[in-house]
Design a protein. Structure first.
Length: 134
């Protein structure tokens, strides 16, 4: 058990070490000419968060950070696609899942250890993981 805890800590440290590379890639994507084009305006204030979230690739965020723990189930994290592990978490509601991901839970640090991620990016990654078991 101690070895699993140490492995979990090592993977979290690895994720934090690779986070700057993910942030650099994100910045490079934002600098592309098509990213500079003006986005269409949302019709209502309530449409804006949904529009922003739709632009974010949750799978890309997951692969850039979350998979280092969730692919292997490190430190009890639910594995991607493991319906039995995800069902009780999903039953608590998406808001609770977002809260755990944004603020951290157990050994998982806030935002998976990458404070450069926006809340919407974290939520998109959670949405991606949940979609894999629905």
């Amino acid at each position: 058990m101690k070895a699993l805890s140490l492995l979990g800590i090592a993977l979290i440290a690895l994720a934090q070490a690779t986070a700057p590379a993910f942030a650099e890639e994100k910045a490079a994507d934002a600098a592309k000419p098509e990213a500079a084009a003006e986005a269409p305006k949302a019709d209502a204030a309530t449409d804006a968060p949904a529009a922003d979230a739709a632009k974010i690739d949750g799978e890309k965020v997951y692969k850039g950070l979350c998979m280092s723990c969730h692919d292997a189930g490190v430190a009890g994290s639910p594995k991607l696609g493991d319906k039995a592990a995800w069902e009780p978490r999903i039953a608590t509601g998406m808001d609770a899942l977002y809260e755990s991901s944004l603020k951290g839970k157990g050994v998982m640090p806030a935002k998976g250890g990458n404070p450069a991620l926006s809340d919407d990016e974290v939520k998109a990654a959670v949405d991606y993981m949940v979609a894999q078991v629905k």
